[in-house]
Design a protein around this ligand. Structure first.
Ligand code: FAD
Length: 500
């Protein structure tokens, strides 16, 4: 047990992780903490990370950001889900739409009703019952919490935004409320010779920055948690073999769709993220199956508008730091681990790590049991998201390349194998404790990639076939009529963000 009170926080890194950390810490504990952020413009940031998931709304709310200003400043657009194209098999497509699907009953999710109808030959598509999906198809969006008159959820959404502009926006906010920013490159990290704790960062300029607690937000450099403290790394590349990406912005296309596209190719997958002023594109692949040059050519020949820059190559390793909080260093963002951006989870992991740190904030000194619990919770969170991402690869039925055949055949973690077997047999899947992805998210990916349960819940059999048909038809009409009444995404952006 160490007993040094924690007042002075030093954040190394001014990417999305650094500035989210700075802004949340100053917002919540700014009155009792002295916060300094060090970043180097020469080194720069990773410059990708433009798609988010709905919990970003609670981050923005916690920071007191106004949605209109946020969308204007970050060139943001609305995201209602992710469309997965050619994942189950070539030519197929489905969406992981945010929000609910159909109507859940106590003890029984809607997928059981849909599955029974499907077995009886009724021609309903599961996504007929997703308002988010229907709105996406028609490029529509209005703010709608609930569907009036019926007990059904409205639209659940996140954002796409320009990561650089977002970091700049948070920097402006953080500096205005007291965060000190220092420009410079860290040359040496000084450690206490007795405890091994970090004492100070020495910049190339000679400036020395002391701190009680250091946040390693140095991205893939992992300067503190890895290069200084040598915290071990748990490698997950046997499950998620992608180790590379090429990224390039391209010109804006019309209409600006309210969803991310994830397009599977023979050796990896491509993202397309629509912003107000341009489209973000990238191709994620494993260097075992595809060269960097092939990846670059594939990306360039699959853009739907003109490239605005040279493609940039990014290398990474999937996995996590064994201790995300080690000594007096908490790693946040890419420094803490990497999961490919298939479900847009990295920015969420940053937000979640800072909120966790706030819960455990060691104001009287770092305490071993709090640090161990922080690490335990972080591990579970990473593993749960890892399983959800592996699911997409494992459930492919593609046979057209060695890459997909290997994905299909790989042995998956026991925690995922259990979920797959249970869903295949009974249509059940359970969200575990604080797991990020809901049952409905899991159901969409499993059904969308062709894992159809053998059984359904007995509650469904309380309905006759005619009643089941009626119930589904009525629900479908409610979603159709509600979608008709929504405004267009383009109009929404024009109104709130001034886009033309
Ligand atoms: P960085 O942005 O790399 O920032 C590191 C900072 O540390 C920089 O300011 C740098 O200057 C500083 N630094 C490093 N070393 C030193 C030093 N010696 N001295 C001083 N300063 C130093 N996430 C999502 O949520 N959604 C997505 O759609 C998404 N897409 C992605 C696509 C790809 C291909 C990749 C690789 C990642 C993606 N991510 C996505 C993840 C996302 O980009 C990151 O989680 C996010 O940008 C946070 O990065 P970071 O702040 O940890 O690191």
């Amino acid at each position: 047990m160490q007993q040094k009170s924690v007042k002075k926080i030093v954040i190394l890194g001014g990417g999305t992780a650094g500035w989210i950390s700075a802004s949340l810490l100053v917002k919540i504990l700014g009155k009792v903490l002295d916060i300094t952020l060090v970043e180097s413009e020469d080194i720069g940031t990773i410059g990708v990370g433009e798609a988010t998931i709905p919990p970003i709304q609670s981050l923005n709310a916690a920071l007191g950001l106004q949605e209109e200003e946020f969308l204007r400043e970050t060139m943001g657009t609305i995201k209602l889900g992710i469309q997965f194209e050619h994942w189950g098999d070539v030519g197929e497509s489905y969406m992981h739409a945010f929000g609910t699907v159909g109507k859940d009953f106590p003890f029984c999710h809607f997928n059981h009703f849909w599955r029974r109808a499907d077995q009886l030959g009724m021609s309903f598509n599961y996504w007929d019952f997703s308002l988010n999906y229907q709105a996406s198809l028609q490029n529509k969006f209005s703010k709608l919490d609930r569907i009036e008159g019926v007990n059904l959820g409205g639209l659940t959404y996140a954002y796409h935004f320009d990561a650089g502009l977002y970091a700049r926006f948070l920097r402006k906010y953080s500096e205005s409320v007291g965060v000190k920013r220092i420009e410079g490159k860290v040359a040496t990290v000084q450690q206490d010779p007795l405890t091994g704790d970090i004492q100070a960062l020495l910049l190339q300029s000679g400036q020395r920055i002391e701190g009680d607690l250091f946040l390693d937000c140095s991205g893939l450099h992992s300067l503190l948690i890895d290069k200084t403290l040598n915290t071990g790394f748990e490698d997950w590349s046997h499950w998620l073999p992608a180790d590379s990406a090429v990224a390039v912005p391209s010109a804006k296309t019309e209409p600006v769709v309210p969803y991310t596209r994830s397009i599977a190719h023979a050796n990896g997958w491509q993202w397309r993220i629509p912003l107000q002023h341009r489209t973000g594109n990238g191709f994620v692949y494993s260097s075992k199956y595809c060269t960097d040059e092939e990846a670059k050519q594939l990306l360039l020949s699959n853009l739907d508008s003109q490239a605005l820059a040279e493609p940039r190559l990014i290398k990474f390793r999937t996995g996590r730091r064994l201790q995300q909080w080690q000594r007096n260093v908490v790693s946040i963002g890419l420094a803490s681990g990497f999961l490919e951006p298939l479900e847009s989870t990295s920015i969420h992991l940053i937000q979640s790590a800072v909120l966790r740190l706030l819960k455990f904030f060691p104001h009287l000194g770092i305490n071993d049991s709090d640090r161990a619990e922080y690490n335990r919770q972080s591990k579970i969170e990473f593993e749960q998201i890892r399983d959800f991402i592996i699911l997409h690869y494992k459930l492919t039925r593609r046979q057209d390349s060695k890459f997909w055949r290997d994905c299909k055949q790989m042995a998956v973690p026991a925690s995922l194998e259990r979920k797959l077997q249970q869903f295949a047999q009974s249509g059940l899947v359970f969200r575990e404790q604080d797991e990020l992805f809901s049952e409905i998210a899991w159901q969409q990916v499993m059904l969308g990639q062709g894992l159809l349960p053998a059984d359904h819940h007995p509650l469904v059999d309380a309905l006759t076939e005619a009643q089941l048909q009626d119930m589904l038809q009525n629900l479908k009409v409610i979603f159709e009529k509600t979608t008709e009444r929504l405004g267009s995404h383009q109009e929404f952006l024009a109104r709130v963000a001034g886009t033309r």
